[in-house]
Design a protein around this ligand. Structure first.
Ligand code: GDP
Length: 468
């Protein structure tokens, strides 16, 4: 009897876990954006506030009192790094608060909700469990999708032409042009070229250029030093003998596409249901028209990656599946007094409209907003020289707490974005450049209080509201 009992229990257990898996929907939320866009801070703030539900009035399921519990669980993907939520939270809220380490590779976190259904169903059905798998990945890796359509020869030509327009590219360009790709392959030369090319990419990123592909050159994950990352663009020689430098570079470029880019899309991108794309729009506006123009192009490229039919390989991989909602969010809105938040959101909306036109995008529900994953400032109106200025106050690295005025954003996005007027006026010219605020001191948290943020609740409502 005990054996049959055991078997029966085993079968029941299996049935329970199968039905559990069947009836517990999983939503995979991708979080991306270029380096320093604010992904780590966004996810940390999001998870802290969902766990506490202290400051989430715009999340409808919460406002209606239907969320019974939220908890973290072991994620299903056992080989993927877990997003270090606890470490990042401790950085922001510890005794010596500081910004957490930024995203360098893919990581994941599973958050589970127990929610009561809404409306008339509430009386009939019990609460259900919904799992949210948050997948954090560098936007740079997403942009690599464009490489899949290109041969090494085409890519090289394109990159070398782009380099000619960027001051940071001068040294690499001179070296690449002087190189004879028809000479026999030499690992030392390949390394030197790849290193110089990586230096260029780092310089370009520093200078505010957004397109810095191949994505793994700056964020190699665990591939640093591998042959798949030891290549660089070279002019095509007239004659391409076997075993020459150019041919080996071509082989490595193809290897990068097949062994690095494709697996990333297969393992992560292809399974995403909802996506948030973060962008440091304020930083780009402050850096000037060129940086902003570059960010606009990248937004279109990112959106293009989600366009059905964009790339034959990806289309085959997705097999008709598509991302249902995409939110574009301008981060670090706590650099502005709320009087200017509408202007920032307006700029983001205009940029999204434009990106949709450029990428000929249709399909998913898209939205744009401004937010702060973690609010490091408080507002203060300061009268200077008889003029009232809407400032934000925060703690600087040297410990001083100061109120600063970032400067102005245009009320009409066209004054910033239309080609005719671009660069005619400068924006965020006041003290924005000095606003390197640290997280505030004395963040000792009480349970259920959440962390200060701006509009994270609206972001979740847009991304997940229909599933809770
Ligand atoms: P990631 O590279 O996309 O993961 O970017 P992070 O989340 O690490 O953010 C990069 C930096 O931007 C942080 O170290 C902060 O200095 C700043 N930052 C990000 N989010 C916020 C925010 O909500 N408010 C403020 N004031 N600064 C932020």
């Amino acid at each position: 009897a005990s054996i049959t009992d055991g078997i029966t229990r085993g079968i029941e257990g299996a049935a329970a876990s199968v039905s559990g898996a069947l009836f517990e929907p999983v939503v995979r939320l991708g979080v991306t954006g270029l380096s320093r866009a604010g992904k780590t801070v966004f996810i940390t703030g999001l998870v802290a506030n969902l766990l506490d539900r202290g400051r989430m009035p715009q999340l409808r399921a919460h406002a209606e009192g239907r969320i019974e519990a939220v908890w973290l669980q072991p994620q299903p993907d056992v080989t993927l790094p877990r997003f270090d939520y606890e470490g990042h939270l401790a950085a922001l809220t510890g005794d010596a608060p500081h910004w957490p380490e930024s995203t360098r590779a893919v990581s994941e976190l599973r958050l589970s909700f127990r929610v009561r259904p809404e409306g008339w169903l509430a009386g009939l059905a019990g609460p259900r469990v919904v799992h949210l798998d948050i997948v954090d990945y560098p936007g740079e890796w997403l942009l690599d999708l464009a490489l899949l359509d290109k041969s090494y020869a085409d890519w090289s030509e394109e990159v070398l032409a782009r380099l000619a327009r960027r001051a940071e590219g001068a040294e690499f360009l001179a070296t690449a042009r002087a190189e004879d790709g028809a000479l026999p392959f030499d690992e030392g030369r390949a390394r030197a070229l790849a290193a110089l090319f990586t230096d260029y990419l780092a310089g370009a990123r520093q200078a505010g250029w957004a397109d810095c592909t191949p994505g793994r050159f700056l964020l190699p994950g665990d591939l640093a030093g591998s042959p798949a990352l030891t290549f660089a663009p070279l002019p095509q020689p007239a004659d391409i003998p076997r075993g020459c430098l150019w041919r080996e570079m071509e082989r490595r470029f193809e290897g990068y596409k097949a062994k690095v880019v494709q697996p990333f899309f297969r393992a992560h991108f292809a399974r995403i249901d909802r996506q948030v794309v973060l962008a440091d729009v304020l930083g780009a506006i402050h850096a000037g028209p060129q940086a902003l123009e570059d960010l606009r192009r990248v937004m279109a490229d990112v959106l293009g990656a989600f366009r059905p039919g964009r790339n034959w390989w990806l289309t085959a991989l997705l097999g008709g599946r598509r991302v249902e909602r995409i939110l574009f969010a301008a981060t670090k809105a706590d650099h502005l007094h709320h009087a200017q938040h509408a202007a920032l959101a307006g700029i983001m909306e205009a940029m999204l409209r434009e990106a949709k036109d450029r990428a000929e995008f249709a399909g998913a529900l898209t939205g744009a907003m401004s937010l702060a994953g973690f609010r490091a400032t408080v507002e203060e109106t300061v009268t200077r020289g008889g003029v009232a200025q809407d400032c934000v106050k925060g703690r600087l690295a040297d410990g001083r707490v100061v109120a600063m005025y970032p400067g102005r954003l245009p009320d009409d996005p066209a004054r910033l974005l239309s080609p005719a007027r671009q660069g005619a006026e400068r924006w965020l010219e006041a003290e924005f450049g000095m606003m390197s605020f640290e997280p505030p001191l004395r963040m000792a948290r009480r349970a259920g209080e959440g962390l200060p943020h701006i509009r994270l609740d609206r972001a979740v409502e847009f991304l997940l509201g229909d599933r809770l």
